[in-house]
Design a protein around this ligand. Sequence first.
Ligand code: ADP
Ligand code: ZN
Length: 559
Amino acid sequence: MAIVAGRPVVDLPAALHGHFGHTSFRPGQEDLVRAVLDGRDVLAVMPTGSGKSLGFQLPALLLPGTTLVVSPLISLMKDQVDELNRRGIRAAAIHSMIASDARRETLSSARRGEIRLLYVAPERFASDHFVRVLRDLPVARFVVDEAHCVSEWGHDFRPDYRRLKTAAAECRRSDGQPGRPPVAGFTATATPEVRDDIVDLLGLAEPQVVVAGFDRPNIDLRVRPVAGELEKQRLLAGLVGDRRALVYAATRRNAETAAETLQSAGLAAAAYHAGLADAERTRVQDGFASGSLRVVCATNAFGMGIDRPDVESVIHFDIPGSLEAYYQEIGRAGRDGRPAIATLLWNYADVKTREFLIDRGREDLPGRPSVPLDPAEVARRKEIEHKKLRRMVAYADSAGCLRATILRYFGDPAAREPCGACGNCERRVPLDDAGCLLVRKILSGIARAGERYGRRRIAAMLVGNVDDLPEPLTRLSTTGLLRDENPRTIERWIDAASAAGLIRVSDDQYRTLSLTPLGRNVMAGRVTDDVRMAVPVTRQPLSVRRASRRRPGARWRAV
Ligand code: ADP
Ligand code: ZN
């Protein structure tokens, strides 16, 4: 190991191979290891299964002293300790299932510097005695695994996690420097609220944030707009085909409808939700695990236990409540790295169901205890859930790259547009004359309105819905220019045009629209060919809309 400017320069790939036998780092892992080695506080956000643990395990082997790892689940600790020991790495755990003699023994050997990684259950820090003992232990890094447990926004709030900030402050650094050892929080939950809580409640000081590994390039992302329940049922069997599939529904009844639909198409499908008898749930889980049952139609009660790597398709029969939930559910596809498809059946009417579920405030989880909460807290949580739902709706409505939309939401720097493997990237086609004309009218509307308004107002102005508009918008030459269109359709075209680089959306809260240089050229008719765009799929065609006005069920592709 060479030393440059007082800091050891480690050949990390060699260390990775030497200690863990892996031939290369996964995306983000090396940056994470370097961040932890660097000695700053770190917040690491990576999905489950992406290899987060290596981010503290490898540094623990390269740094003097013991690395403390706080972990909320005894089984998780046991798995990691066993695995490390199997690789000849000295690791141990301290939790309630370990006898007190053995705990004392472990702490003594840690103090003698014989243990690289010491896993500790969070409730240990409630003991003053334990915290006193820790003061004698040279600590390399104070690692908090599943760090979202500190936040009430997450689903696994652990009050014991609130002690960790103080506990870390009591620890002695193994490098002899003053102050507490660097603290590193690890989580798979990437929402801004949870992240802020982690930084705040664990007391991370200007942490280096590492977000990585969210991209699942082998999953093709698709959104399929539908007009209603019947259309979903008509499409479902075809979407499943002969694939091994999970179908997620918002309600028990919809899960059953989906299963019945597939059964009547001759597919081996079953419903799964918390309303079923235990025996039936077990039968479905076992059937899916063994492969005899190819399709399960489930509420969010189905998931964690299922680890078939070869799920080829995940279909959402109804919009899920958040992008986190969506990404976790579709993440069950293609674990084997083979191509898989995630399809969201998108009907705006389903948002109502989700809103109802949020306001009712209950999840379809078996045996979940209901903890009484104060009303202000309940209201606060509901508001967050509604916000998350809006982000999910924005995804379903997005005309831009679906993968980039998700990755940006998680803050993953891998977001690159276009990805080439999502419905919207695949649908980027050259605009035909009718589409081009429509887009030019929209661009003119934005220009005439002075590039000072957002999507909703511009769309309302163009279709001539002037009732709630600011006065200047009611008398433009473009007011009512697209009188026969639906404002939602126009909004989607605006999204498509902004994804295609014709319109810029301000990133402040007002989201005002303005034209890009390309947009100006298209508006003026200087650029006509080579405008490629994910043409919105609407329920009625622009050109035949008038004729089919009274046929609410008609579905066509625009232009
Ligand atoms: P997480 O903590 O993110 O849920 P783990 O750290 O448990 O995930 O890692 C998941 C699996 O990936 C483990 O079996 C681990 O050995 C493996 N793994 C981690 N990093 C690598 C790598 N660079 N190359 C190959 N396998 C790896
Ligand atoms: Zn894409």
